[in-house]
Design a protein around this ligand. Structure first.
Ligand code: C5P
Length: 285
């Protein structure tokens, strides 16, 4: 069936560097983050046109403890932009772990915004406005390409990667909510993250080191997180960096073969989810 049904990938987002510049009067934090979407993990979102008043969600896959009601970000995204005489059903296949610093909910919301735009002929500006209101990471997911993200997350400067960027993302068995990590960053007096000097060629023209300022805050409040990083780094033989506010860490690797091999070792030795992916180099229309 086509015309009234749209199937989209909702790739995870990965912060390659994340600086927290300070607190804002609205309670959020000013950020500067070099961010890409990655080929894996990615959710799949199928949105089907339905009569007015219908807004149904089904969820399959991992993270089935995510909300299935009106509080789910994908449902909120549809509600924010659906014309009054229209409805949708949303089928989500979850692969991106929730509470893992990978923007899974935001990716789903961005995919729903695009699908509703295409099903009902909405203007790009309408879904862009809705994206900002839905959450700090929704605009970057809607853009889809590599960006320097600033402000709360709404100011996006597209950047070009100089090369392919292959990564392994490893997610421990526990999730971390974002607000307590920012609160810990405040409480700890705004600690700067560890600077990892080995910068992949793909982004060497953009940054002179990789860092995540949320890493010390996340490791301070999540028992076992720092130990997880140490075990991961021992397997990889190189530094791992926290993804967003955690709980995932990521490691740059040379190519897809190395990514697959390392992801397999991490799955075997740590019994956790590990994904081999690469950065998506273009924005999504
Ligand atoms: O915008 P969103 O609802 O996704 O943000 C979740 C939480 O993350 C916020 O409630 C806030 O605690 C924190 N946050 C922040 N500064 C940002 C983005 C998120 O403090 N720029």
């Amino acid at each position: 069936m086509s015309g009234d049904r749209i199937r989209l990938d909702a790739p995870a987002k990965l912060t390659l560097t994340l600086r927290v510049l300070g607190t804002r009067p609205d309670g959020y934090h000013d950020l500067e983050a070099l961010t890409v979407m990655i080929s894996a993990p990615a959710d799949t979102v199928v949105v089907t046109a339905a009569p007015a008043g219908v807004l149904d969600l089904t969820v399959r896959g991992v993270g089935t403890d995510i909300p299935r009601d009106a509080t789910n970000l994908a449902v909120r995204a549809a509600r924010a932009v659906l014309p009054p005489d229209a409805g949708v059903t949303i089928d989500l296949e979850k692969i991106v772990p929730a509470g893992a610093g990978l923007g899974g909910g935001s990716a789903d919301a961005a995919a729903v915004l695009r699908a509703v735009r295409d099903l009902y002929g909405l203007a790009a500006a309408d879904i862009e406005r809705a994206a900002v209101d839905l959450g700090s990471d929704v605009p970057v997911c809607l853009h889809g390409g590599p960006v320097m993200m600033r402000g709360r997350g709404e100011r996006l400067e597209p950047v070009a990667l100089a090369d392919d960027l292959h990564v392994v993302v490893a997610t421990p068995a526990f999730a971390i909510a974002t607000p307590p990590v920012f609160a810990a960053w405040d409480r700890l007096g705004g600690p700067a993250g560890r600077r990892v000097a080995a910068v992949p060629d793909a982004v060497a023209h953009l940054v002179d080191g990789l860092v995540n300022d949320l890493e010390p805050a996340a490791e301070a409040i999540a028992p076992g997180l720092g130990a997880f990083r140490s075990r991961l780094e021992a397997i990889a033989g190189q530094a791992a960096l926290l993804a967003g506010s955690g709980s995932s860490y990521w490691i740059p690797v040379t190519d897809a073969v190395a990514a697959n091999a390392l992801a397999a070792r991490v799955r075997n030795e740590l019994a956790v989810a590990a994904f081999a992916g690469h950065a998506l180099r273009s924005a999504v229309a």
